[in-house]
Write a protein that binds this ligand. Structure first.
Ligand SMILES: NC(=O)c1ccc[n+]([C@@H]2O[C@H](COP(=O)([O-])OP(=O)(O)OC[C@H]3O[C@@H](n4cnc5c(N)ncnc54)[C@H](OP(=O)(O)O)[C@@H]3O)[C@@H](O)[C@H]2O)c1
Length: 516
């Protein structure tokens, strides 16, 4: 398809990036996968971009016995494996900011030792303004650690209140259903104020996801048509080309609905469909997201099979490589019914969106990695070109491309040079990396910086988490009781008949999954 490349007007670039204040980061589960794959790299990037304060330290905690030196070696290897262009001077200065202390998460004495160690570091690194406790541990440990922090007077005790900037970062998953999420919210709420709690949904740290709000609310031309009068439907896809791999143990108790749909997909839906917030302040945006989630039509258990499709991958081929089926993966229960694919049709019962379907799908072991939000506008009401066979004009399509590359495209019809009536679809396309000529920042980099700065905009508030679990409660119940249909798809598929039926029964089609 012909493409039009945008150019940047340098005078129009408005950037505001505030560096972090002096900060201490206490990371539980510091020997784990998340820290090694994401956190070290992101903090290192903040350092090389002068966004980390000179007075920053990271104190890793965990059961694994490691000296500071061994912990630094772990970090060095991880940064080397995940970043390009590292100067040894940068690396050395960064590593010197890392420390480690071992102990058991349920041992009160461990927290006293940790508190003493952090106290010493607070003295060494002058002017520490905030302490961030980061829970990079399996979710069953969240409550234990939070209780111990409270017991050690490190959360919202009178002493801790003296330092108002104590923060708690919690990883996903946040609960596994409405009840557990509500209980966890209440539990944490006894130890930390909501203003101290940062629930991570790392999709919200991605540039294109943040761009949805800028695009919608910093341009005049789109908002007037962002509604049921002009938009036919919206599709949201998160397709992954990898299977469950080493996460099978966790995944088999979770599934695609809990792992991807409840958080990333519904958060993206909320950003695409919410009303304009009164300001760009965290709570203004989060208020609108919650309102939107609450406006999604409740799922009727009687029609669950009409609106939700679940499936599991069977053996197949991804990019010519033979892949085993989900049931053959290590640590997956025999006869497991856990879904690795979900597709859904949702409606938002409010003035703006009444009658507009939102089609969402996410799956593992699919044909390619592809995450996008696609807005299909309505077709023109009457074709002037019917006499030359153009009865139906293709609709305008706006794409927010989130993975594997971040970018946007808008397609429209235009005359092709040559004969008098000759039309073609043009794609106005921009790719962040090519246009801005930079490596896209890791989503965690944005989120960690915001957390140090005390900006909760990109973190999920308690009511948003509960609203999304509430919406999905009937689906979880039906699937648990096995009342709903369940299908399979060969690994490497782009789609399969039952997922296609969900959208084709409305006379629409899934957009092709782009090959990465
Ligand atoms: N990995 C990712 O890409 C990713 C992505 C999104 C969200 N998350 C979330 O981030 C958190 C951490 O994920 P992760 O992949 O880093 O987890 P992980 O590697 O399985 O565990 C992190 C650390 O927690 C401790 N731990 C593990 N199992 C434990 C147990 N049974 N009892 C006590 N301690 C245990 C271990 O440290 P010690 O043995 O040293 O104590 C381990 O190194 C989880 O909530 C996960 O859902 C991870």
């Amino acid at each position: 398809m012909p493409q039009i490349q945008p150019t940047i007007n340098k005078q129009d670039i408005v950037c505001a990036e505030t560096p972090a204040p002096p900060c201490g980061f206490v990371v539980f589960g510091a020997s784990g996968d998340l820290v090694r794959r994401k956190l070290f790299k992101s903090i290192f990037q903040l350092y090389t971009q002068n966004l980390l304060n000179d007075n920053f330290y990271l104190l890793g905690c965990g059961r694994t016995k490691l000296s500071d030196e061994q912990f630094r070696e772990l970090a060095k290897e991880s940064v080397r494996n995940n970043s390009d262009f590292i100067s040894s001077q940068d690396m050395n200065v960064f590593l010197e900011k890392l420390y480690y202390i071992d102990g058991n998460y349920d041992d009160a004495d461990f927290y006293q030792r940790m508190r003493k160690r952090a106290g010493g570091l607070n003295k060494k690194y002058k002017g520490i303004e905030n302490i961030v406790f980061y829970l990079a541990v399996p979710p069953f440990l969240y409550a234990t650690i939070v209780d111990q922090l409270k017991h050690a007077q490190l959360s919202c005790s009178a002493e801790a209140q003296k330092n108002k900037n104590i923060r708690l970062v919690i990883e996903k998953p946040f609960g596994h259903d409405l009840k557990s999420a509500t209980q966890l919210n209440e539990h944490i709420g006894h130890c930390f104020d909501e203003s101290q709690i940062y629930r991570i949904d790392h999709y919200l740290g991605k540039e294109t996801v943040q761009n949805i709000l800028m695009f919608r609310f910093a341009n005049l031309i789109f908002e007037p048509i962002w509604n049921r009068n002009y938009i036919d439907h919206i599709q949201i896809t998160i397709s992954e080309s990898i299977g469950v791999g080493h996460r099978a143990n966790y995944y088999d108790k979770s599934g695609a609905l809990r792992d991807m749909f409840q958080n990333h997909m519904l958060q993206m839906l909320a950003l695409a469909a919410m009303e304009p917030p009164v300001s760009f302040e965290a709570d203004s945006i989060r208020d609108e997201k919650v309102k939107l989630l609450k406006a999604i039509r409740p799922v009727d258990i009687k029609t669950i099979n009409d609106n939700f499709v679940r499936a599991q991958y069977s053996p197949g081929k991804i990019k010519a490589e033979q892949v085993k089926g989900y049931l053959d993966e290590k640590s997956v229960a025999e006869n497991s019914k856990t879904e690795t694919f979900v597709a859904a049709r949702l409606f938002i019962d409010n003035w703006r969106w009444k009658g507009v379907p939102f089609y969402l799908r996410t799956g593992k072991a699919m044909k390619a990695k592809d995450t996008e939000i696609v807005v299909y506008f309505k077709s023109v009401p009457h074709s002037l070109f019917a006499s030359v066979g153009l009865d139906e004009m293709p609709p305008n399509v706006l794409v927010f491309q989130i993975q594997p590359e971040e970018g946007m495209s808008l397609s429209f019809q235009a005359k092709r040079p040559g004969s008098k009536i000759c039309m073609t679809t043009l794609d106005m396309n921009f790719n962040y990396k090519n246009v801005f000529l930079i490596e896209m920042p890791e989503a965690y980099q944005r989120l960690l910086l915001d957390c140090m700065l005390g900006d909760q905009t990109l973190f999920t508030r308690y009511d948003s988490v509960e609203a999304s679990w509430k919406l999905l409660e009937p689906v979880l119940q039906a699937w648990q009781k096995d009342e709903a249909a369940s299908y399979t798809y060969p690994a490497g598929s782009e789609s399969f008949p039952q997922a296609d039926d969900l959208i084709e029964s409305d006379g629409r089609k899934w957009r092709n999954i782009s090959v990465d």
